[in-house]
Design a protein around this ligand. Sequence first.
Ligand SMILES: [Zn+2]
Length: 280
Amino acid sequence: MIVFYLVIALFGLVFGSFLNVCIARLPSGESIVLPRSHCPRCNHAIRWYDNIPLFSYLLLGAKCRDCHARISPIYPFIEALTAVILCLTFYVYGLGPEFVKFALFGMLLIVLIFTDLFDRRIPHPVTIFGISLGLILSLFIPVDVQPLAWVLRHWDVYLDGSLASILGAVAGAVVGGGLFYAVGEIFYHAGGKQKEYLGFGDVMLMLMVGTFLGVPLTLLTILLGSLGGSIIAIAATALSRRFRAYAWPYGTFLGIAAIYTGLNGERLLDWYLRISGMTR
Ligand SMILES: [Zn+2]
């Protein structure tokens, strides 16, 4: 078993190194293929043996081999984070189709969490690719079609198989994107019409999350992301005045909540329904 974790962690480091490239280049619309990775200060191409995830950072002592400029610890952090997320996904889903689905979901979200955090950007190429991928995967891996199935049952329409799953994914996207658009509108009007609240990138992010998670878990993502984001923003503002003017990246909180919900949302929902005396 430990061998599985090691192999998955190594894949995670390698994929994480690619996610770093996406995070650095996509917000400004650069190609993620060319040119090869280079030092941002001296522009020297990074040698293949200096481009080994995590280990090169440690071996080089966090410095460029050519100009000795400091290498940001963000790079190894994202590589390690990707390895951890993939291992957690394996822990929850084992090795199967669900692992592939939620590993891809987690990696798409890692890119969006950090592009929103660093650049306040949620690049459309990532979300459009993610929405397409979520819809395609829903054909093979069932997406929760509640509460749409519950509504349709009243007209004697029963959903089944791939059709049910893809409808669940579409409903998730419509509810996630739509509700988030409405929430954005409310914040926009309540918050003195500051532009930051109304990022269409956040709507795209929630469309993507909806296709992967379906309606119930998408709603849970919005709840957890908004709640977590508010608590952290309020606590930070109470601790330091300089956070008062800080534009918080909503997409970052939604992304973290979506990763959590993808891994543990079902259990949280079941637990909540059990303690409140309801069943599904
Ligand atoms: Zn350099």
